[in-house]
Unconditional design. Structure first.
Length: 66
């Protein structure tokens, strides 16, 4: 049996970004914009998608901390 190459994890579209944010922000210890920016830098290559991810997170963090 051969094993194919394993691709590194990446967020490549808005749907993936939304799902990842919901999961990330469901954990209190990761519910900060610093953590969101770290994850965006690590997992998102596209600048527009990175902006979308950070903007969505900003709104979600505001509503979850209220």
């Amino acid at each position: 049996m051969t094993v194919g190459s394993v691709e590194p994890f990446a967020i490549e579209n808005e749907g993936e970004a939304d799902a990842y944010l919901r999961d990330l922000l469901s954990h209190r210890e990761f519910r900060s914009m610093d953590e969101v920016r770290i994850r965006a830098g690590k997992y998102i290559k596209d600048a527009h998608l990175k902006d979308y991810f950070i903007n969505q997170a900003t709104e979600l963090v505001k509503t979850q901390s209220s």
